[in-house]
Ligand binder design. Structure first.
Ligand code: 5GP
Ligand code: MG
Length: 178
């Protein structure tokens, strides 16, 4: 199935499952090399990263732990600004080596917020591992230590990423046809 329809949009295959899994394996090897002695704590950002995080973890063959968080945004009743909060972290991270697992970094604002929020708990380090990064869309300066693929500013679905709730189960990554 090279072309699919979700809601009102058509999508075509952008990165095949085989290529994704090869790259995920490479990322896992690189992370293992750096962290095998450190017992890092992975923090995966829901919802989009759930498949990437699962595949990545399957390739770690050293002691490591994973937690899942959500970064929710809402418009506060008092303030007109966008308020964000981190939900779900139920374990102390003080003096731990933390590796954030994200599906895609677009403006970078979500990860920047999460990173700063986690830093308040004084982990010994925070690294970022994102399957996808859109360098042209970045609005903040962000060091991403592990990037699966740099992509341009097209809307993607599949492999955990959704379009209005659908598409997360697709095995390949698909790009919107405009
Ligand atoms: P940021 O805060 O970096 O702008 O946004 C990151 C979040 O925006 C991602 O975790 C994801 O939920 C969403 N996002 C950004 N680009 C895409 C895309 O191309 N496809 C999908 N499905 N979500 C995206
Ligand atoms: Mg996400």
């Amino acid at each position: 199935m090279n072309q699919i329809q979700i809601h009102d949009k058509s999508f075509q295959i952008f990165i095949h499952e085989d290529r994704i899994l090869t790259r995920v394996n490479e990322l896992a090897k690189a992370i293992s090399k750096e962290f095998a002695q450190e017992q890092p704590l992975f923090i995966a950002v829901l919802n989009g990263s759930f498949i990437f995080a699962a595949d990545l973890m399957k390739h770690m063959d050293f002691p490591c732990e994973i937690q899942f968080v959500k970064v929710s945004s809402y418009h506060g009743t008092q303030s007109s600004g966008k308020v964000q909060q981190v939900l779900g972290l139920s374990q102390p991270i003080k003096n731990r080596k933390v590796i954030i697992i994200e599906d895609i970094i677009d403006s970078g604002l979500t990860i920047d917020f999460l990173r700063k929020d986690l830093l308040l708990q004084e982990p010994s380090s925070i690294s970022i591992c994102s399957l996808l990064v859109k360098p042209d869309a970045l609005k903040v300066k962000l060091d991403v230590q592990y990037t699966g693929f740099e992509v341009d500013n097209h809307f993607l679905v599949g492999y955990g990423l959704d379009y209005d709730g659908l598409g997360r189960n697709l095995r390949h990554l698909y790009q919107a046809i405009d």
